[in-house]
Design a protein around this ligand. Structure first.
Ligand SMILES: Nc1nc2c(c(=O)[nH]1)N[C@H]1C(S)=C(S)[C@@H](COP(=O)(O)O)O[C@H]1N2
Ligand SMILES: [Mo]
Length: 435
């Protein structure tokens, strides 16, 4: 199992025969005398989310009905309604209509794992270390964080740099996120800047380096799944948290319990989960997923399908302005007497604010300016709503377009790039008024 690169979800959905072979081993039909055991059994119980009491009788080579019927039933404890894209590592996004609440409940916060999360997590003994180019390295428990620093709570938007990748053509490799790798939970913790200041940031520091407790998919203990960082100026923003609570409760195990970074407005990958260590460096951090083409885009616009030399890629910083229509759910059938579409959603803009949101139901001919709320704090998403008059029965598409405080608008077309990052093109939903 340790060397398996793909999850069951991907394997079974694409090629069940091969999955069967890879997981159970080939025992020529009809002489299947082996039984499910060892790594196969462990993996299977993980996928099913429960033990298999009669596993001793279960022929190897049998595709369990739960898998044969598709992995829609793949359950992640404490999550509700998420679409699972992969189970190894676990990646799951939230359908737009389940992101309607102003604050994203923990059970609807998406999951983006690059490796295998730590299993035995004890919040009472967990420590984080601040070291590298500091005056005095610090090792702190969660209680130390609470007693030594201001504890604050903010609603903060976290969006995966690859959100929207599924719409790229030619397609980009990686998790095929549609629109739901975004969340706006309330995070409680201490300011990253306060903790760094307590350790003493040396003048030579230009970058942070973040380390978590998750392990590499290969099982190799010397490899890290991901270790990213941010320029020290961004790190010192008062809205970055070392968080130990999510929506007033414990952080979900898949969202980084017991302690994680939340660096809002920048690719989610900067927000290290299961945080163990922050190192301060005098070079741009070069950990896994910092270099090459990871979380990087070409320095110039390229036509779809262009091959771009690696040295022309730059690190993604602030995420672009974007909006989501969270009500109604796409595909809705409205009452026959409907003469206006009531729509609402959220909008966010990386380090910027959203200054307006416009919606259209006639494919962009006329736009209605939405009522747009202020964020509850900087880096929270902003909620908007609008009513769009419509003539009567028929099929409508609603499009939403946000504009940020610097005048940047969401584009119609995708800004294509080789790895499928930063797709902030308009969100569209379908609505029908029947006869
Ligand atoms: N330790 C660790 N931190 C991590 C990751 C990871 O794989 N391991 N994934 C990153 C990425 S790519 C994203 S988008 C966010 C997602 O946070 P979430 O899973 O809580 O939604 O976590 C980031 N932090
Ligand atoms: Mo991500």
């Amino acid at each position: 199992m340790a060397r398996k690169e793909r999850g069951f979800f991907e394997l079974y959905s694409k090629d069940p025969e091969r999955a069967d072979y890879m997981i159970f081993g080939r025992i020529p039909y009809p002489d299947r005398r082996g039984f499910l055991k060892g790594a196969g059994l462990t993996a299977m119980t993980a996928v099913l989310g429960t033990g298999i009491p009669f596993h001793r009788n279960m022929p190897s080579g049998l595709i369990p009905a739960a898998l044969a019927e598709g992995l829609q039933d793949f359950k992640i404890e404490g999550k509700d309604g998420l679409t699972v894209l992969n189970d190894r590592p676990v990646n799951a996004e939230t359908p737009a209509h389940l992101l309607d609440a102003d604050i994203t409940p923990t059970d609807r916060h998406f999951i983006r794992n690059n490796g295998i999360p730590p299993e035995e997590v004890d919040a009472s003994t967990w420590t984080i270390t601040i070291d590298g180019l500091v005056d005095e390295p610090l090792t702190l428990t969660i209680d130390d964080l609470k007693s030594r620093f201001d504890v604050v709570t903010y609603a903060l938007q976290v969006e995966c740099g690859g959100n929207g990748r599924a719409f790229f053509n030619p397609p980009a490799k990686g998790n095929q996120w549609t629109v739901g790798a975004i969340a706006n939970s309330r995070w409680t913790g201490v300011r990253l800047a306060d903790v760094l200041r307590a350790a003493g940031v040396k003048d030579s520091v230009i970058y942070t380096a973040h380390y978590g407790a998750d392990t590499h998919l290969s099982g190799d203990p010397d490899k890290l799944p991901i270790s990213r960082g941010v320029p020290i100026e961004k790190a010192m923003s008062p809205y970055n948290l070392i968080a130990f609570a999510q929506n007033g409760g414990p952080i979900h195990p898949m969202n980084g319990a017991p302690v994680r970074l939340v660096i809002p407005g920048w690719p989610g990958s900067c927000s290290q989960k299961w945080l163990k260590r922050i190192e301060l460096r005098d070079v741009v951090h070069d950990g896994p997923k910092m270099t090459g083409t990871s979380y990087r885009v070409p320095e110039y616009d390229v036509a779809p399908g262009t091959k771009v030399p690696t040295e022309d890629f730059k690190i993604i910083q602030s995420m672009p302005v974007k909006s989501l229509i969270t009500s109604p759910q796409s595909g809705v059938e409205l009452p026959a007497d409907t003469r206006a579409l009531a729509v609402r959603g959220h909008a966010w803009a990386g380090d910027n604010f959203v200054s307006r949101v416009d919606v259209t139901a006639d494919f962009g001919k006329t736009w209605v300016q939405a009522e747009l709320g202020a964020p509850v704090n900087p880096y929270a998403w902003q909620t908007w709503n609008a009513e769009i008059p419509v003539p009567g029965r028929g099929y409508y598409e609603v499009w939403a377009r946000a504009t940020d405080s610097e005048g940047n608008e969401q584009p119609f077309a995708i800004n294509w790039n080789p790895k499928g990052y930063l797709n902030n093109s308009l969100h569209r939903i379908a609505a029908t008024v029947p006869a």
